[in-house]
Design a protein. Structure first.
Ligand code: FES
Length: 105
């Protein structure tokens, strides 16, 4: 089984089983400490905001313009590591990726 390491808003790291083929958001929203994902993945709410560990961030496909526009409006946006997790496909190749849940906005 593929895995993700998820750092919650208290700074605690969790080792989570993750199914390839899902969006990262779909994995995170099932967790008590995960994301709200209010818009359900339509790239309009930003409640699925995460920081991808710098060692993994460069391995992801670049964000599309609509994701980037929304991210840049967030007060906690970090240029190098911020992503909307509903726009990131979790694949077998990403097993072991580390993401941190961004602060509530
Ligand atoms: S779930 Fe709303 S922007 Fe990702």
């Amino acid at each position: 089984m593929a895995r993700m390491f998820v750092v919650d808003r208290d700074g605690k790291e969790h080792d989570v089983e993750a199914k390839p083929g899902l969006k990262v958001m779909e994995i995170l929203r099932e967790l008590d400490y995960g994301v709200a994902a209010i818009c359900g993945g339509l790239c309009s709410c930003a409640t699925c905001h995460v920081y991808v560990d710098p060692s993994w961030a460069g391995r992801l496909p670049k964000p599309q313009s609509d994701e980037l526009e929304l991210l840049k409006e967030l007060p906690d946006y970090k240029e190098a590591t911020s992503r909307l997790s509903c726009q990131v496909d979790f694949t077998e190749a990403l097993s072991g990726i580390k993401v941190e849940i961004a602060p509530d906005t």
